[in-house]
Design a protein around this ligand. Structure first.
Ligand code: BGC
Length: 761
């Protein structure tokens, strides 16, 4: 039987109540991260066919139990089980922003494959990942879950995640359905405040915020989640033009649209719906298929249909998409296909999974400074290991690791001891609290069980610093592990102050004064303001939140068993006042030409040496333990005809004494045209590993698609065009150190659409 025949037959046998039941997605609660509301009476409703999908069920036995109940319902329609599997399921990988920093889609794909394998072994069919919200506002806490500021990097990340999660096909027992979220522009909230709305031009929406969704759809993502935000005044759960119009009609997405947590009910708080029935009707008509947690679809839609206010065809359409998802997941063929993969324990946290998590740490660490060079450490002598995150298990996995178990995590102290062995004496001191303010600490601990992520020590801050300084004096090197607590970034965790907490800054100053070389490792879910630390430290490295294998992975990097090969996927701001911040800004009419940075930055109070598009370290920046020399950038032609291609090549040589990797980045700058385009736009990158003295010709190919930008006049308009004229092609190791070639590119007359766009029309 084909999918259509099967669905036609089943739908014809369903009552209205049963169809609406399939649109009801609930969580039985327990361990949900953000829900003020959880659902009740779940078991009875499942048996009665009033629930179609469940998320956040924490044990395989409970999943099995719910599935048994679903099979007791009249039509025996299986449940679909979902979970937030954001950066690993049980084996936790570095945060999404860190994985973006790897500039390595193959690595991202492998981590997603492991996550899918582990999650499916726990009975999960669908995961609420990847989050692909481009973000240029580091005040927003969910930048931790984001692939950063750049639409091209985010698109590569989105495709790799979907490929890894969905594997060879979502019917496979070891695959899960991906869910691209949060559609769309949730990463551009006003003031960086979570859940706040975004206002932007159609072209900006299409050029910056939509590309990763399109890339994820092109990779076959089976579902999309609506954002909590408004866009140009309309909440996404009510955004008919974007959900029904752009996503379904123009982009021809035939998968599932899932509401976010109570997002349907929130239409009342947004004041676009007066009653629950209004909210349900508006969301369904806008294109939301699954109502997450609010249960307003089941509560109101039947009466709305009977009263003639909702067309039954709309319910049928949504129900068909839910059933199609279950069909495609193979659940009608075997409702237990993932549940029975057991023994689940054998699939979780395997040695191979841990190995990958450990490798991912080095690939995602971004080394910003290495004077001396002090890194890698010799691995011998006396090392003072200080800082509130130096011997911590609870924070290492960062935000949204809902199945993380702190007991699985390797702390930095233990990892260093294991990797360095007995030749290295490690002296430890905490040095300071993550934060000293008890009110802030309580907020940061809000999701914690008995193990708190922030504890305030009984010792005074002065006493803790004295102890740390005593440990530091007499050591050969000091490694300070500082930064955020795991929930200092994440959902509902925006910040107005992006510096390290004051107590940590005082500790670093005291350690500097103590004498020995100082290595500062920063754990964070967002780009922090770090220029003072960069001046203070001999070496400065962002380790993000590294996950289960934090300790081993970071020790590999510090001791030189592996090299840090991450690059900044976001600009590091100099000050909160310059936010939003991104390298890809349009030029102004008064670009910098003279000596005074003031004219370039527009900020009189920003010192020389800093830039409006970031602090000291630009997008794409990161050091290796070796050095690379770039040869001259060449292209295979200086003029390109319509429909043509351009080959760009640059020789790269490892001129240091260690094997190492660099991320070769290609940016373009558009010619004069009807609209002002960003000064630079990333279009290609390649992570290249070379032995000492080895040289490689790095080759990229560009087509007209790569040059196209949106010509949208309305938000549903997918039109794009590539401008004819003199294009500058830049290649180099980051967004500031670039060499360029100018090419006369004559583009075709017709608007260009990317070849992979599902919405080619
Ligand atoms: C988040 C989503 C998440 C959902 C379910 C919401 O608060 O915005 O990203 O998938 O909760 O846990």
């Amino acid at each position: 039987m084909t999918e259509t025949e099967f669905l036609d037959d089943l739908l014809a046998r369903m009552t209205l109540a049963e169809k609406i039941g399939q649109l009801n997605l609930v969580t039985p609660g327990g361990d949900t991260a953000t829900g003020a509301v959880v659902n009740t009476g779940v078991a009875d409703k499942v048996r009665a066919g009033r629930i179609g999908s469940v998320f956040g069920v924490k044990s395989l036995a409970a999943v099995r139990g719910f599935q048994d109940l679903a099979l007791q319902s009249r039509l025996r329609i299986p449940l679909m089980f979902a979970e937030d599997v954001i950066h690993g399921h049980r084996t936790i990988f570095p945060l999404p922003i860190a994985l973006a920093a790897a500039f390595d889609p193959a690595l991202v794909r492998r981590t997603a494959r492991v996550a899918a394998d582990e999650a499916s072994a726990c009975g999960i069919d669908q995961v609420y990942a990847p989050m692909v919200d481009v973000c240029r506002d580091p005040r927003w806490g969910r930048i931790a879950e984001s692939p950063g500021e750049d639409p091209y990097l985010a698109s590569r990340y989105a495709a790799a995640m979907v490929e890894g999660l969905q594997g060879e096909g979502i019917d496979r027992p070891d695959s899960v359905m991906a869910c691209l979220k949060h559609f769309v522009a949730y990463g551009a909230p006003l003031g960086g405040r979570d859940y706040a709305g975004a206002d932007m031009s159609p072209a900006r929406l299409h050029d910056v915020y939509l590309p990763p969704f399109r890339a994820g759809l092109a990779a076959g993502a089976g579902s999309v989640m609506a954002g909590f935000n408004t866009l140009n005044g309309v909440p996404m759960h009510a955004h008919r033009r974007l959900l029904a119009g752009l996503l379904r009609e123009r982009l021809r997405f035939d998968g599932l649209v899932v509401a976010d947590y109570t997002g349907v009910a929130e239409l009342m708080a947004h004041r676009v719906a007066e009653t629950g029935a209004d909210a349900a009707r508006t969301a369904l008509e806008a294109g939301v298929d699954l109502d997450m947690v609010s249960e307003l679809f089941v509560a109101t839609l039947a009466a709305e249909v009977r009263a003639g206010r909702v067309a039954e065809a709309d319910v049928d359409g949504a129900c068909r998409r839910v059933l199609a998802a279950k069909w495609r997941l193979g659940l009608f063929a075997d409702p237990f296909r993932r549940i029975d993969r057991a023994p689940a324990g054998d699939r979780l946290l395997t040695r191979a999974n841990r190995r990958l998590a450990r490798k991912a740490v080095a690939e995602t660490c971004v080394l910003l400074k290495n004077a001396g060079p002090v890194l890698p450490l010799s691995g011998r002598g006396v090392l003072a290991l200080v800082g509130p995150l130096a011997d911590d298990r609870v924070n290492m996995s960062g935000t949204w690791a809902v199945n993380n178990r702190p007991a699985d995590v390797v702390p930095i102290r233990a990892g260093l001891a294991a990797v360095a062995g007995p030749g290295l004496a490690i002296r430890h001191a905490k040095g300071c609290n993550i934060v000293d303010d008890p009110v802030l600490a309580a907020r940061l601990n809000v999701h914690d069980g008995h193990e708190k992520s922030v504890t305030i020590d009984d010792r005074t801050p002065e006493r803790m610093i004295e102890e740390a300084v005593a440990v530091a004096r007499g050591a050969d090197v000091v490694v300070a592990v500082v930064g955020e607590a795991k929930e200092y970034s994440g959902e509902s965790s925006s910040r107005v102050d992006l510096r390290l907490p004051a107590g940590q800054r005082r500790l670093l100053e005291a350690l500097r004064a103590a004498g020995p070389p100082l290595v500062v490792v920063v754990m964070t879910g967002r780009p922090l303001i770090l220029h003072e630390e960069a001046a203070l430290a001999d070496a400065l490295m962002i380790a993000w939140f590294p996950g289960t294998e934090a300790g081993h992975g970071l020790a590999d990097v510090l001791i030189g068993e592996a090299e840090p090969s991450g690059r900044l996927p976001v600009s590091l701001p100099f000050h909160e006042g310059q936010i939003p911040v991104a390298y890809a800004e349009p030029p102004t009419g008064r670009p910098f030409r003279g000596r005074f940075e003031k004219f370039r930055t527009g900020y009189v109070d920003m010192p020389d040496g800093f830039s409006h598009d970031g602090g000291v370290h630009p997008f794409g920046f990161g050091l290796s333990y070796t050095r690379f020399a770039y040869g001259t950038v060449r292209t295979d032609r200086l003029s390109v005809s319509p429909g043509g291609r351009l080959r760009v090549e640059v020789p790269l040589r490892n001129v240091g004494s260690r094997t190492g990797s660099d991320v070769v980045q290609l940016y373009v700058q558009a010619p004069a045209g009807p609209v002002s385009r960003p000064v630079l736009e990333l279009k290609r990158f390649a992570k290249v590993t070379l032995r000492p003295e080895e040289e490689r010709l790095v080759v990229f190919e560009l087509t007209e698609d790569d040059l196209a930008a949106s010509t949208a006049e309305t938000i549903e308009d997918t039109g794009r065009r590539a401008q004819s004229g003199l294009w500058r092609i830049y290649v180099g190791p980051n967004a500031r150190a670039l060499d360029s070639v100018t090419v006369d590119w004559r583009t075709g007359p017709a608007p260009a659409l990317p070849a992979d766009a599902p919405g080619r029309s």
